[in-house]
Design a protein around this ligand. Structure first.
Ligand code: NI
Ligand code: MN
Length: 228
């Protein structure tokens, strides 16, 4: 049973594990790097890290079309219910829940979380995903560097997904420090090159990760993926 993780551009990832499709932060419409359109993507579950438009993205339309359950923080889940989404699951930081594809725990993230209409989106989060095949994925979403990434690393992370774009999130140097804290087997950079303000040289970053850590960096083009 393999798990395949595909980058859809920006922070959007498609995880396929044991036949279940899990989407993270599906910002596709309006994303110049999107690898797929919102009317085509598969989803059984959608994870939303925070309220910003480049993360909530097409979640509502995809959930309406597919019947997917949306997992997010409690405040965003209530907001989604008010938009007519019936299948939501609210959690909060440090809390885990055993979903059909595996356990999801919300982690700390230093960022904002206002929703597109200005509603309170609670606190932003990252996701620690314990898949049923035993693999562990940490999707940091939008965050600055924080020392408690060491605690996340203690879980034994197979794949870390980290922002490197700078300005709104960690930049490349802090993302290398994050890799040292987390010590994942593999690391995928995200949240860069979508817009000029977050343009980065991902290959230069990967060279630094290779030189300074024992993690294997995997630089993807939108649409490409890897087996975890
Ligand atoms: Ni954001
Ligand atoms: Mn963002």
């Amino acid at each position: 049973m393999t798990t395949h993780v595909r980058w859809l551009g920006h922070a959007a990832m498609a995880i396929e594990t044991a036949g279940v499709h899990v989407l993270v932060d599906p910002f596709l419409t309006g994303n110049p790097k999107a690898a797929i359109t919102a009317d085509k993507v598969h989803a059984d579950f959608i994870l939303i890290s925070h309220g910003h438009g480049d993360h909530v993205g097409d979640s509502i339309a995809i959930a309406q079309r597919t019947g997917a359950t949306i997992i997010s923080n409690y405040e965003i889940s209530v907001w989604l219910e008010n938009q007519g989404i019936k299948k939501t699951h609210g959690q909060q930081h440090g809390g885990g829940f055993n979903h059909p594809f595996g356990r999801v725990k919300l982690t700390l993230a230093f960022h904002g979380s206002a929703l597109p209409d200005g509603s309170n989106g609670g606190n932003p989060c990252g996701f620690l995903i314990y898949l049923k095949d035993g693999k562990k994925i940490y999707h940091a979403a939008d965050t600055g560097l924080f020392g408690d990434m060491r605690l996340i690393g203690e879980e034994g992370i197979d794949l870390a997904v980290l922002p490197i774009g700078d300005n709104y999130t960690m930049g490349p140097d802090d993302a290398v420090r994050a890799v040292k804290f987390i010590q994942p087997k593999k690391v995928i950079p995200i949240h860069y090159d979508t817009f000029p303000i977050i343009a980065q040289d991902a290959n230069a970053w990967a060279a630094k990760v290779r030189a300074e850590t024992s993690a294997t960096p995997v630089v993807l083009q939108p649409g490409q993926g890897i087996d975890v």
